[in-house]
Unconditional design. Structure first.
Length: 454
Protein backbone atom coordinates (compact mmCIF):
# COMPACT_ATOMS: atom_id res chain seq x y z
CA UNK A 1 0.00 0.00 0.00
CA UNK A 2 2.77 2.43 0.93
CA UNK A 3 4.74 1.65 -2.22
CA UNK A 4 1.64 2.05 -4.40
CA UNK A 5 0.36 5.29 -2.89
CA UNK A 6 3.55 7.14 -1.94
CA UNK A 7 4.41 10.11 -4.15
CA UNK A 8 7.94 10.58 -2.78
CA UNK A 9 9.70 8.85 -5.72
CA UNK A 10 8.63 11.73 -7.98
CA UNK A 11 7.51 14.65 -5.79
CA UNK A 12 10.94 14.78 -4.09
CA UNK A 13 11.71 16.99 -7.06
CA UNK A 14 9.60 19.70 -5.41
CA UNK A 15 11.93 19.93 -2.38
CA UNK A 16 13.39 23.37 -3.29
CA UNK A 17 9.91 24.84 -3.72
CA UNK A 18 8.67 23.13 -0.56
CA UNK A 19 11.48 24.64 1.51
CA UNK A 20 11.03 28.06 -0.06
CA UNK A 21 7.30 28.02 0.70
CA UNK A 22 7.85 26.77 4.24
CA UNK A 23 10.32 29.54 5.02
CA UNK A 24 7.87 32.16 3.82
CA UNK A 25 5.09 30.49 5.82
CA UNK A 26 7.20 30.44 9.00
CA UNK A 27 8.08 34.13 8.62
CA UNK A 28 4.40 34.97 8.23
CA UNK A 29 3.38 32.89 11.27
CA UNK A 30 5.88 34.82 13.39
CA UNK A 31 4.81 38.20 11.98
CA UNK A 32 1.19 37.37 12.85
CA UNK A 33 2.10 36.27 16.40
CA UNK A 34 1.10 32.65 15.80
CA UNK A 35 4.60 31.35 16.62
CA UNK A 36 7.46 33.21 18.29
CA UNK A 37 10.26 34.92 16.43
CA UNK A 38 12.73 32.47 18.02
CA UNK A 39 10.71 29.51 16.76
CA UNK A 40 10.59 31.00 13.26
CA UNK A 41 14.36 31.53 13.31
CA UNK A 42 14.93 27.94 14.40
CA UNK A 43 12.59 26.66 11.68
CA UNK A 44 14.29 28.68 8.99
CA UNK A 45 17.78 27.69 10.13
CA UNK A 46 16.72 24.04 10.13
CA UNK A 47 15.21 24.35 6.66
CA UNK A 48 18.45 25.88 5.36
CA UNK A 49 20.37 22.90 6.75
CA UNK A 50 17.91 20.55 5.05
CA UNK A 51 18.33 22.43 1.77
CA UNK A 52 22.08 21.86 2.04
CA UNK A 53 21.55 18.15 2.72
CA UNK A 54 19.34 17.87 -0.33
CA UNK A 55 21.82 19.71 -2.52
CA UNK A 56 24.70 17.51 -1.37
CA UNK A 57 22.70 14.27 -1.65
CA UNK A 58 22.78 13.59 2.11
CA UNK A 59 19.06 13.87 2.85
CA UNK A 60 17.64 10.65 4.38
CA UNK A 61 14.50 10.05 2.30
CA UNK A 62 11.99 7.64 3.85
CA UNK A 63 9.28 6.12 1.65
CA UNK A 64 7.15 5.45 4.74
CA UNK A 65 6.69 9.20 5.11
CA UNK A 66 4.78 9.20 1.79
CA UNK A 67 5.80 12.49 0.24
CA UNK A 68 8.40 15.22 0.19
CA UNK A 69 6.38 17.44 2.54
CA UNK A 70 6.30 14.93 5.41
CA UNK A 71 9.93 13.93 4.79
CA UNK A 72 11.08 17.51 5.21
CA UNK A 73 8.85 18.17 8.21
CA UNK A 74 10.03 15.01 9.98
CA UNK A 75 13.67 15.87 9.30
CA UNK A 76 13.09 19.41 10.57
CA UNK A 77 11.65 18.11 13.85
CA UNK A 78 14.62 15.77 14.22
CA UNK A 79 16.92 18.76 13.88
CA UNK A 80 15.22 21.45 15.97
CA UNK A 81 12.77 19.58 18.19
CA UNK A 82 9.22 20.66 19.03
CA UNK A 83 9.44 23.92 17.09
CA UNK A 84 9.54 21.87 13.91
CA UNK A 85 6.08 20.58 14.63
CA UNK A 86 4.73 24.14 14.65
CA UNK A 87 5.62 24.80 11.00
CA UNK A 88 2.46 23.12 9.77
CA UNK A 89 0.23 25.45 11.77
CA UNK A 90 -2.48 27.02 9.57
CA UNK A 91 -1.74 24.93 6.51
CA UNK A 92 -2.48 21.50 5.04
CA UNK A 93 -0.59 19.30 2.66
CA UNK A 94 -3.40 20.16 0.22
CA UNK A 95 -2.52 23.85 -0.03
CA UNK A 96 1.17 23.10 0.53
CA UNK A 97 1.50 20.86 -2.54
CA UNK A 98 -0.55 23.34 -4.56
CA UNK A 99 1.90 26.07 -3.59
CA UNK A 100 4.90 23.94 -4.53
CA UNK A 101 3.41 23.17 -7.95
CA UNK A 102 2.65 26.83 -8.65
CA UNK A 103 6.20 27.83 -7.72
CA UNK A 104 7.70 25.00 -9.75
CA UNK A 105 5.70 25.73 -12.88
CA UNK A 106 6.31 29.47 -12.77
CA UNK A 107 10.06 28.86 -12.56
CA UNK A 108 10.00 26.33 -15.39
CA UNK A 109 7.87 28.48 -17.70
CA UNK A 110 10.40 31.28 -17.33
CA UNK A 111 13.22 28.93 -18.36
CA UNK A 112 11.30 27.36 -21.24
CA UNK A 113 10.24 30.75 -22.58
CA UNK A 114 13.90 31.80 -22.69
CA UNK A 115 14.76 28.63 -24.62
CA UNK A 116 11.97 29.27 -27.14
CA UNK A 117 13.24 32.84 -27.55
CA UNK A 118 16.73 31.48 -28.23
CA UNK A 119 15.30 29.20 -30.92
CA UNK A 120 13.53 32.17 -32.48
CA UNK A 121 16.91 33.92 -32.67
CA UNK A 122 18.23 30.92 -34.60
CA UNK A 123 15.49 31.26 -37.19
CA UNK A 124 16.22 34.98 -37.54
CA UNK A 125 19.92 34.28 -38.01
CA UNK A 126 19.27 31.62 -40.66
CA UNK A 127 16.71 33.78 -42.46
CA UNK A 128 19.29 36.57 -42.78
CA UNK A 129 22.01 34.13 -43.87
CA UNK A 130 19.98 32.43 -46.62
CA UNK A 131 18.03 35.43 -47.90
CA UNK A 132 18.74 34.81 -51.60
CA UNK A 133 18.05 31.06 -51.68
CA UNK A 134 14.95 29.83 -53.55
CA UNK A 135 13.32 26.41 -53.08
CA UNK A 136 9.92 24.94 -53.94
CA UNK A 137 7.08 25.57 -51.54
CA UNK A 138 4.75 22.61 -51.14
CA UNK A 139 1.10 21.85 -50.68
CA UNK A 140 0.00 18.23 -50.25
CA UNK A 141 3.77 17.52 -50.39
CA UNK A 142 3.61 18.42 -54.10
CA UNK A 143 5.66 21.26 -55.55
CA UNK A 144 3.40 24.28 -55.54
CA UNK A 145 5.18 27.65 -55.92
CA UNK A 146 8.77 28.79 -55.45
CA UNK A 147 9.53 30.66 -52.21
CA UNK A 148 12.54 32.11 -50.47
CA UNK A 149 14.12 29.69 -48.00
CA UNK A 150 14.14 32.59 -45.54
CA UNK A 151 10.37 32.90 -45.89
CA UNK A 152 9.98 29.20 -45.12
CA UNK A 153 12.19 29.47 -42.03
CA UNK A 154 10.35 32.50 -40.70
CA UNK A 155 7.08 30.57 -40.70
CA UNK A 156 8.51 28.69 -37.71
CA UNK A 157 9.53 31.93 -36.02
CA UNK A 158 5.90 33.03 -35.97
CA UNK A 159 4.71 29.63 -34.71
CA UNK A 160 7.12 29.99 -31.81
CA UNK A 161 5.96 33.55 -31.24
CA UNK A 162 2.43 32.31 -30.65
CA UNK A 163 3.83 29.58 -28.40
CA UNK A 164 5.49 32.23 -26.26
CA UNK A 165 2.30 34.26 -26.08
CA UNK A 166 0.48 31.16 -24.86
CA UNK A 167 3.22 30.46 -22.31
CA UNK A 168 2.90 34.01 -21.00
CA UNK A 169 -0.83 33.44 -20.56
CA UNK A 170 -0.20 30.14 -18.77
CA UNK A 171 2.24 31.92 -16.48
CA UNK A 172 -0.39 34.49 -15.53
CA UNK A 173 -2.83 31.72 -14.61
CA UNK A 174 -0.13 29.99 -12.55
CA UNK A 175 0.54 33.26 -10.73
CA UNK A 176 -2.02 32.57 -7.98
CA UNK A 177 -1.03 31.95 -4.37
CA UNK A 178 -2.99 29.05 -2.77
CA UNK A 179 -1.41 28.84 0.68
CA UNK A 180 -3.91 29.66 3.41
CA UNK A 181 -6.65 27.56 1.87
CA UNK A 182 -5.88 24.80 4.37
CA UNK A 183 -7.36 21.42 3.62
CA UNK A 184 -10.28 23.04 1.80
CA UNK A 185 -12.02 25.73 3.88
CA UNK A 186 -9.30 28.11 5.00
CA UNK A 187 -7.96 28.47 8.55
CA UNK A 188 -9.11 29.96 11.83
CA UNK A 189 -5.66 31.42 12.52
CA UNK A 190 -5.13 35.15 11.78
CA UNK A 191 -2.73 34.64 8.88
CA UNK A 192 -1.52 37.18 6.32
CA UNK A 193 -1.76 35.57 2.90
CA UNK A 194 -0.62 38.70 1.10
CA UNK A 195 2.65 38.68 3.02
CA UNK A 196 3.36 35.14 1.86
CA UNK A 197 2.38 35.98 -1.70
CA UNK A 198 4.66 39.02 -1.82
CA UNK A 199 7.64 37.16 -0.35
CA UNK A 200 7.26 34.36 -2.92
CA UNK A 201 6.72 36.63 -5.93
CA UNK A 202 3.00 36.06 -6.52
CA UNK A 203 0.84 38.93 -7.71
CA UNK A 204 -2.57 37.41 -6.94
CA UNK A 205 -4.31 35.21 -4.38
CA UNK A 206 -6.89 32.49 -4.84
CA UNK A 207 -10.10 34.01 -3.52
CA UNK A 208 -11.81 30.66 -2.90
CA UNK A 209 -10.16 28.09 -0.66
CA UNK A 210 -11.93 25.15 -2.31
CA UNK A 211 -10.78 26.28 -5.74
CA UNK A 212 -7.24 26.81 -4.44
CA UNK A 213 -6.66 23.19 -3.42
CA UNK A 214 -8.52 21.54 -6.30
CA UNK A 215 -7.40 23.71 -9.22
CA UNK A 216 -5.04 22.15 -11.74
CA UNK A 217 -6.16 24.29 -14.68
CA UNK A 218 -2.80 26.02 -14.79
CA UNK A 219 -1.03 22.68 -15.31
CA UNK A 220 -3.50 21.65 -18.02
CA UNK A 221 -2.96 25.00 -19.72
CA UNK A 222 0.81 24.60 -19.61
CA UNK A 223 0.57 21.06 -20.98
CA UNK A 224 -1.67 22.37 -23.76
CA UNK A 225 0.91 25.05 -24.60
CA UNK A 226 3.61 22.39 -24.52
CA UNK A 227 1.60 20.12 -26.82
CA UNK A 228 1.28 22.87 -29.43
CA UNK A 229 4.94 23.77 -29.08
CA UNK A 230 5.87 20.12 -29.61
CA UNK A 231 3.54 19.98 -32.63
CA UNK A 232 5.50 22.84 -34.18
CA UNK A 233 8.85 21.20 -33.38
CA UNK A 234 7.54 17.94 -34.80
CA UNK A 235 6.49 19.60 -38.07
CA UNK A 236 9.93 21.18 -38.32
CA UNK A 237 11.52 17.80 -37.59
CA UNK A 238 9.49 16.15 -40.33
CA UNK A 239 10.72 18.72 -42.85
CA UNK A 240 14.33 18.28 -41.74
CA UNK A 241 13.94 14.52 -42.12
CA UNK A 242 12.47 14.88 -45.62
CA UNK A 243 14.95 17.53 -46.74
CA UNK A 244 17.92 15.44 -45.59
CA UNK A 245 16.77 12.36 -47.52
CA UNK A 246 18.38 11.45 -50.86
CA UNK A 247 15.04 12.08 -52.57
CA UNK A 248 15.14 15.77 -51.58
CA UNK A 249 18.82 16.35 -50.81
CA UNK A 250 18.18 19.94 -49.73
CA UNK A 251 20.18 19.80 -46.48
CA UNK A 252 22.76 17.74 -44.64
CA UNK A 253 22.55 17.49 -40.85
CA UNK A 254 25.74 17.58 -38.85
CA UNK A 255 27.11 14.24 -37.62
CA UNK A 256 26.59 15.39 -34.02
CA UNK A 257 22.82 15.16 -34.51
CA UNK A 258 22.64 11.97 -36.57
CA UNK A 259 23.62 8.34 -36.11
CA UNK A 260 24.85 5.57 -38.35
CA UNK A 261 23.33 2.18 -39.00
CA UNK A 262 24.57 -0.95 -37.24
CA UNK A 263 24.48 -2.76 -40.60
CA UNK A 264 24.57 -0.22 -43.45
CA UNK A 265 27.72 1.95 -43.46
CA UNK A 266 26.26 4.56 -45.80
CA UNK A 267 23.38 5.50 -43.49
CA UNK A 268 23.13 8.83 -41.69
CA UNK A 269 19.95 8.77 -39.68
CA UNK A 270 18.34 12.03 -38.41
CA UNK A 271 17.76 10.62 -34.92
CA UNK A 272 17.35 13.91 -33.04
CA UNK A 273 14.64 15.04 -35.43
CA UNK A 274 12.97 11.64 -35.33
CA UNK A 275 13.00 11.56 -31.53
CA UNK A 276 11.55 15.07 -31.44
CA UNK A 277 8.75 13.84 -33.66
CA UNK A 278 8.25 10.76 -31.51
CA UNK A 279 8.37 12.50 -28.13
CA UNK A 280 5.52 14.74 -29.25
CA UNK A 281 3.23 11.80 -28.56
CA UNK A 282 4.50 11.65 -24.98
CA UNK A 283 3.59 15.28 -24.37
CA UNK A 284 0.15 14.81 -25.94
CA UNK A 285 -0.30 11.80 -23.66
CA UNK A 286 0.49 13.83 -20.53
CA UNK A 287 -2.11 16.42 -21.51
CA UNK A 288 -4.78 13.83 -22.16
CA UNK A 289 -3.92 11.93 -18.97
CA UNK A 290 -4.41 14.97 -16.74
CA UNK A 291 -7.61 16.02 -18.50
CA UNK A 292 -8.92 12.52 -17.92
CA UNK A 293 -7.91 12.57 -14.24
CA UNK A 294 -9.74 15.86 -13.69
CA UNK A 295 -12.93 15.21 -15.63
CA UNK A 296 -14.88 13.44 -12.87
CA UNK A 297 -13.37 14.77 -9.65
CA UNK A 298 -15.71 16.29 -7.05
CA UNK A 299 -14.40 19.19 -5.00
CA UNK A 300 -11.98 19.46 -3.39
CA UNK A 301 -8.75 17.48 -3.01
CA UNK A 302 -8.70 13.83 -4.06
CA UNK A 303 -5.76 11.45 -4.17
CA UNK A 304 -6.24 11.31 -7.95
CA UNK A 305 -4.55 14.72 -8.08
CA UNK A 306 -1.27 13.05 -7.18
CA UNK A 307 -1.25 12.03 -10.87
CA UNK A 308 -0.69 15.64 -11.93
CA UNK A 309 3.07 15.57 -11.40
CA UNK A 310 4.81 12.85 -13.40
CA UNK A 311 3.41 13.98 -16.75
CA UNK A 312 4.21 17.59 -15.90
CA UNK A 313 7.79 16.77 -14.92
CA UNK A 314 8.28 14.63 -18.03
CA UNK A 315 6.95 17.37 -20.29
CA UNK A 316 9.20 20.00 -18.73
CA UNK A 317 12.22 17.72 -19.09
CA UNK A 318 11.36 16.89 -22.70
CA UNK A 319 11.09 20.55 -23.72
CA UNK A 320 14.23 21.61 -21.87
CA UNK A 321 16.25 18.82 -23.47
CA UNK A 322 14.88 19.32 -26.98
CA UNK A 323 14.73 23.08 -27.47
CA UNK A 324 18.51 23.73 -27.27
CA UNK A 325 19.21 20.69 -29.45
CA UNK A 326 16.88 21.96 -32.18
CA UNK A 327 18.68 25.27 -32.30
CA UNK A 328 22.12 23.65 -32.42
CA UNK A 329 21.01 21.21 -35.13
CA UNK A 330 19.67 24.05 -37.29
CA UNK A 331 22.76 26.22 -36.89
CA UNK A 332 25.09 23.38 -37.93
CA UNK A 333 23.09 22.03 -40.88
CA UNK A 334 24.47 22.57 -44.38
CA UNK A 335 22.16 23.49 -47.22
CA UNK A 336 22.49 22.26 -50.80
CA UNK A 337 21.60 25.48 -52.59
CA UNK A 338 22.03 24.11 -56.14
CA UNK A 339 19.70 21.21 -55.34
CA UNK A 340 17.08 23.53 -53.84
CA UNK A 341 17.20 25.94 -56.75
CA UNK A 342 17.20 23.16 -59.34
CA UNK A 343 14.00 21.79 -57.76
CA UNK A 344 12.50 25.29 -57.90
CA UNK A 345 13.17 25.41 -61.66
CA UNK A 346 10.17 23.14 -62.26
CA UNK A 347 8.20 25.63 -64.34
CA UNK A 348 4.88 23.94 -63.62
CA UNK A 349 5.28 25.57 -60.21
CA UNK A 350 4.95 28.91 -61.99
CA UNK A 351 1.55 28.01 -63.47
CA UNK A 352 -0.34 30.40 -61.18
CA UNK A 353 1.64 33.31 -62.57
CA UNK A 354 0.76 32.21 -66.08
CA UNK A 355 -2.92 32.21 -65.11
CA UNK A 356 -2.50 35.65 -63.50
CA UNK A 357 -0.90 36.83 -66.75
CA UNK A 358 -4.07 35.87 -68.64
CA UNK A 359 -6.24 37.54 -66.00
CA UNK A 360 -4.38 40.78 -66.62
CA UNK A 361 -5.29 40.33 -70.31
CA UNK A 362 -8.98 40.28 -69.40
CA UNK A 363 -9.57 36.55 -68.92
CA UNK A 364 -11.65 35.52 -65.89
CA UNK A 365 -9.48 33.69 -63.38
CA UNK A 366 -11.48 30.46 -63.47
CA UNK A 367 -11.20 30.39 -67.27
CA UNK A 368 -7.47 31.22 -67.06
CA UNK A 369 -7.07 28.38 -64.58
CA UNK A 370 -8.65 25.96 -67.07
CA UNK A 371 -6.53 27.19 -69.99
CA UNK A 372 -3.23 26.85 -68.13
CA UNK A 373 -4.27 23.42 -66.82
CA UNK A 374 -4.84 22.23 -70.40
CA UNK A 375 -1.51 23.75 -71.45
CA UNK A 376 0.28 21.82 -68.68
CA UNK A 377 -1.49 18.60 -69.72
CA UNK A 378 -0.26 19.17 -73.27
CA UNK A 379 3.32 19.71 -72.07
CA UNK A 380 3.24 16.62 -69.86
CA UNK A 381 1.92 14.50 -72.72
CA UNK A 382 4.78 15.71 -74.91
CA UNK A 383 7.31 15.21 -72.12
CA UNK A 384 8.24 18.91 -72.20
CA UNK A 385 8.43 21.83 -69.81
CA UNK A 386 6.18 24.83 -70.38
CA UNK A 387 9.08 26.95 -71.60
CA UNK A 388 9.93 24.26 -74.16
CA UNK A 389 6.56 24.53 -75.91
CA UNK A 390 6.71 26.58 -79.09
CA UNK A 391 4.74 29.84 -79.35
CA UNK A 392 2.54 28.19 -82.01
CA UNK A 393 1.54 25.40 -79.62
CA UNK A 394 0.89 27.83 -76.77
CA UNK A 395 -1.18 30.10 -79.01
CA UNK A 396 -3.63 27.26 -79.61
CA UNK A 397 -4.74 27.60 -76.01
CA UNK A 398 -4.94 31.40 -75.96
CA UNK A 399 -3.54 34.09 -78.31
CA UNK A 400 -1.74 35.87 -75.45
CA UNK A 401 0.25 32.72 -74.71
CA UNK A 402 1.97 33.02 -78.06
CA UNK A 403 3.91 35.99 -76.76
CA UNK A 404 7.20 35.77 -74.87
CA UNK A 405 6.40 34.25 -71.48
CA UNK A 406 9.84 33.13 -70.31
CA UNK A 407 9.94 35.80 -67.61
CA UNK A 408 6.75 34.33 -66.13
CA UNK A 409 8.41 30.94 -65.74
CA UNK A 410 11.52 32.18 -63.91
CA UNK A 411 11.30 31.08 -60.22
CA UNK A 412 13.08 34.17 -58.96
CA UNK A 413 10.73 36.41 -60.92
CA UNK A 414 7.78 34.51 -59.45
CA UNK A 415 9.20 35.00 -55.96
CA UNK A 416 9.78 38.73 -56.54
CA UNK A 417 6.19 39.16 -57.71
CA UNK A 418 4.83 38.16 -54.26
CA UNK A 419 5.54 41.55 -52.73
CA UNK A 420 2.37 41.90 -50.67
CA UNK A 421 2.77 42.07 -46.90
CA UNK A 422 3.51 38.58 -45.65
CA UNK A 423 4.58 37.43 -49.12
CA UNK A 424 7.80 35.77 -50.21
CA UNK A 425 9.33 38.61 -52.28
CA UNK A 426 12.74 39.69 -50.95
CA UNK A 427 11.52 43.14 -49.89
CA UNK A 428 8.48 41.59 -48.18
CA UNK A 429 10.68 39.10 -46.33
CA UNK A 430 13.05 41.88 -45.29
CA UNK A 431 10.07 43.72 -43.82
CA UNK A 432 8.92 40.50 -42.18
CA UNK A 433 12.38 40.13 -40.64
CA UNK A 434 12.14 43.63 -39.22
CA UNK A 435 8.71 42.88 -37.76
CA UNK A 436 9.96 39.56 -36.36
CA UNK A 437 12.91 41.22 -34.65
CA UNK A 438 10.58 43.80 -33.14
CA UNK A 439 8.09 41.13 -32.04
CA UNK A 440 10.90 39.21 -30.35
CA UNK A 441 12.07 42.28 -28.46
CA UNK A 442 8.52 43.21 -27.44
CA UNK A 443 7.74 39.68 -26.23
CA UNK A 444 10.97 39.56 -24.24
CA UNK A 445 10.05 42.79 -22.49
CA UNK A 446 6.42 41.76 -21.99
CA UNK A 447 7.31 38.40 -20.51
CA UNK A 448 9.89 39.98 -18.24
CA UNK A 449 7.26 42.41 -16.97
CA UNK A 450 4.71 39.60 -16.60
CA UNK A 451 7.07 37.43 -14.58
CA UNK A 452 8.70 40.03 -12.35
CA UNK A 453 7.90 39.24 -8.69
CA UNK A 454 5.55 41.77 -7.10
Amino acid sequence: MIKFSASLPFDRRLAPQDIRGSMAHAAMLAACGIITAEEAEAIQAGLQEIAAELKEGRFPFELEDEDIHMNIEKRLTEKIGAAGGKLHTARSRNDQVALDLHLFLMEEIREIDKMVADLQEVFLELARKFMGVVLPGYTHLQRAQPVLFSHHLLAYFWMLQRDRERLAGAYRRADLMPLGAGALSGTSFPIDRRMVAASLGFTRLYENSMDAVSDRDYIVEFLSCAALLMAHLSRLSEELILWSSAEFGFIELDDAYTTGSSMMPQKKNPDVAELARGKTGRVYGSLMALLTVLKGLPLTYNKDLQEDKEGLFDTVDTLKALLPLMGEMLLTMRINRPRMEAAAQDDFACATDLADYLVRRGVAFREAHRIVGELIACAEKAGLKLKELTPEVRRRFHPALGEEIGHLLDPLAVVKARSCRGGTAPEAVQEQLRLAEQALQDQNKLFQQTTNPA
